[in-house]
Design a protein around this ligand. Structure first.
Ligand SMILES: Nc1ncnc2c1ncn2[C@@H]1O[C@H](COP(=O)(O)OP(=O)(O)O)[C@@H](O)[C@H]1O
Ligand SMILES: [Mg+2]
Length: 243
């Protein structure tokens, strides 16, 4: 479960400040996706950065599994991000020299004392996840050998490597055509259901919102309309199981 409670975030702007996020509250439970839309500059990425513990809000709380993570120190927040939060940024930030499989296994070696000892299980987990995102055959390819959609799939698989409770995804379809974009959204809905992550999904595409469990629309950092779309979770699960 991830809950944002009354988050406000400002940035300095010359002599004054700009309010990027203005008293926003939202929640995603295990196995559900909360969509976040809004025009460019409405605070979507800022809100996600707060949820990811990358930026401390001016006020408000971020609860992950009922623990307040918004005021943690740097070291503690880094550990939390590694163990509890999966992040997919807007720009794919894959490492050019690594294969798809290595992009995932390297996650497991970061900050570990004895990375070698966990290598076989990390490789197994990486291949299981690459299979889940439809890239079993591409695991030895490097980013330049993959399409934009495939790279985004690697990004998503990598974010899931450490079995996070919360999955935070920022505009995963912005560089893709409509069809590929829709299939990335399908993938996120299915993986959220299968892996029981609590998912926040920023998308500029309002047409996708009815497929999510709930959605908020941001304008100037504020929630403009909060349509809790009462999509029966069973409906989405049914969809996931068809794939
Ligand atoms: N690091 C920053 N420093 C100053 N202002 C920022 C920073 N990041 C975002 N902003 C401002 O905060 C507002 C929200 O930006 P952002 O969260 O990126 O919106 P979105 O993701 O919806 O396009 C914008 O006015 C933007 O200029
Ligand atoms: Mg953004």
């Amino acid at each position: 479960m991830i809950s944002l409670e009354n988050i406000t975030l400002t940035f300095p702007d010359g002599d004054s400040t700009v309010t990027a996020v203005d008293q926003v509250s939202l929640t995603a439970g295990p196995g559900t996706v909360t969509g976040i839309t809004g025009p460019s500059g409405s605070g979507k990425s800022s809100l996600l950065a707060v949820a990811a513990t990358l930026i401390k809000p001016d006020s408000g709380r971020v609860l992950i599994n009922d623990i307040d993570v918004s005021q943690m120190g740097r070291a503690e927040a880094t550990l939390l991000r590694r163990n509890k939060i999966g992040i997919v940024f807007q720009q794919s930030n894959l490492i050019p020299s690594l294969t798809a499989e290595e992009q995932l296994t390297v996650m497991n070696e970061l900050g570990q004392k004895h990375p070698r000892s966990s290598r076989p299980s990390a490789t197994a987990r990486a291949n299981e996840l690459l299979g889940s995102v439809g890239l079993a055959d591409q695991r030895h390819k490097r980013p330049h050998q993959l399409s934009g959609g495939q790279r985004q799939r690697v990004n998503i698989a990598r974010a899931l490597m450490n079995d996070p409770s919360a999955l935070l995804v920022d505009e995963p379809t912005s560089a893709l055509d409509q069809e590929r974009g829709a299939s990335i959204i399908d993938l996120i809905l299915r993986l959220t259901d299968e892996l029981r992550t609590s998912t926040l999904l920023v998308t500029h595409d309002r047409e996708q919102l009815p497929r999510m469990h709930s959605a908020v629309h941001l304008v100037d950092g504020k929630i403009a309309d909060n349509s809790t779309l009462d999509r029966a979770r069973s409906g989405l699960q049914g969809e996931g199981s068809r794939h």
